[in-house]
Design a protein around this ligand. Structure first.
Ligand SMILES: C[S@@+](CC[C@H](N)C(=O)[O-])C[C@H]1O[C@@H](n2cnc3c(N)ncnc32)[C@H](O)[C@@H]1O
Length: 331
């Protein structure tokens, strides 16, 4: 039973989402800030580049991104920046020049068990999901969108495997975890960044301050045995276990134009990604997720991401965490 305070918070959250969506429906204005001080043609090119980047990758046309680009291109002449902008405007998002620029504008920070309250809540919902899957297909599918170097996808797999062992649907031995037949567990990690994704499949991560492992990561460390570091840090690295690497696969996906992988997922995670998007792109992203979450399945967004389609989801609350559940009959 939800506590009264949680019901009140849920109502507040729902009203806040509705308000944000009203604001977001206002006519589109891509550039919502003014440059202070002197403004010349370089500012104009940088804004054109940012508008093109927003169309291709969803990235917000913000003052901080504009300042970043002005600094990046400070040694390019105005004529060169003009030619560069015109060339990029004619190229698609998959072009290596765009990928480089998008990578310079995106943040790839991530770590194992990030947003631990939401992960703990997800973990608490897993036994019910496993029961439902056993009445349906013995197949659980999860998608981490904007997974960066893969830590989120491996965290999802580790939590799901532990829940399956606890539910008697998998067996843990010294050689790893084996799912009982005919169970299947699949986690897809996707990102727009080739650089980030290139590191993900081997699952080798450094330890230490601000690394892939922080205090919150402790509950999952048994899935990441130690391995000698390749860097001369004097610290050990950790590697995703073979079981995790069998469950998780990685593929490139641009939220703005990629094809949503089929079939439907039991849960879609897109956390600490949409915070960098424009309102328009955030709504577009959630249209895509609606194509991916099965009825009764879960949508896990970042803590400040407004839900675009409030009627299509039920809001589930736990201390410090929100998860949206797609309403049955809303396919
Ligand atoms: C801060 S990381 C978040 C990683 C992980 N989800 C987490 O919460 O720790 C944001 C990631 O979103 C990715 N990203 C940004 N725009 C994207 C897009 N249009 N399509 C797919 N991924 C995108 C970035 O490349 C980056 O790796």
């Amino acid at each position: 039973m939800a506590q009264p305070i949680e019901r009140t918070l849920a109502k507040l959250q729902s009203a806040m989402n509705a308000h944000r969506n009203d604001l977001a429906r206002e006519p589109e204005r891509r550039v919502l800030f003014e440059f202070s001080g002197h403004r010349d043609r370089r500012h104009e090119f940088v804004l054109r580049l940012l508008i093109a980047a927003e169309e291709r990758a969803g990235i917000d046309v913000s003052r901080s991104n504009a300042e970043k680009l002005l600094l990046t291109f400070q040694n390019k002449s105005s004529a060169d920046l003009d030619a560069y902008t015109t060339r990029l405007e004619s190229l698609p998002a998959v072009d290596p020049e765009w990928l480089r620029l998008i990578e310079s504008l995106t943040v790839h920070e991530t770590y194992v068990m990030r947003d631990p309250h939401q992960f703990a809540f997800f973990s608490a919902l897993l036994p019910e999901m496993i029961e439902q899957a056993s009445a349906r297909s013995y197949h659980l599918r999860f998608w981490s969108v904007g997974c960066a170097t893969g830590e989120e996808a491996y965290s999802i797999a580790a939590l799901a495997l532990d829940a399956m062992v606890a539910a008697g649907r998998a067996t843990a031995t010294d050689d790893g975890i084996t799912l009982s037949r005919p169970w299947q567990l699949e986690v897809i990690g996707s990102d727009i960044s080739r650089q980030a994704l290139a590191r993900a499949p081997e699952g080798v991560y450094e330890t230490g301050p601000l690394s892939s492992f922080r205090a919150e990561s402790v509950p999952l460390l048994h899935h990441f045995p130690s391995t000698p570091s390749r860097e001369e840090t004097g610290r050990m690295s950790r590697v995703a276990s073979e079981t995790l690497r069998r469950v998780v696969r990685f593929e490139r996906f641009n939220i703005m134009d990629g094809e949503v992988p089929a079939p439907l997922f039991d849960a879609v995670f897109c956390r600490n990604v949409l915070i960098y998007f424009s309102d328009r792109a955030r709504r577009h992203a959630q249209d895509r997720f609606d194509q991916a979450v099965r009825p009764g399945g879960l949508l896990l967004l970042g803590p400040t991401d407004p839900l675009a389609h409030v009627d299509a989801y039920e809001t589930l609350w736990a201390p410090g965490a929100i998860i949206y559940r797609r309403r049955i009959g809303d396919a």
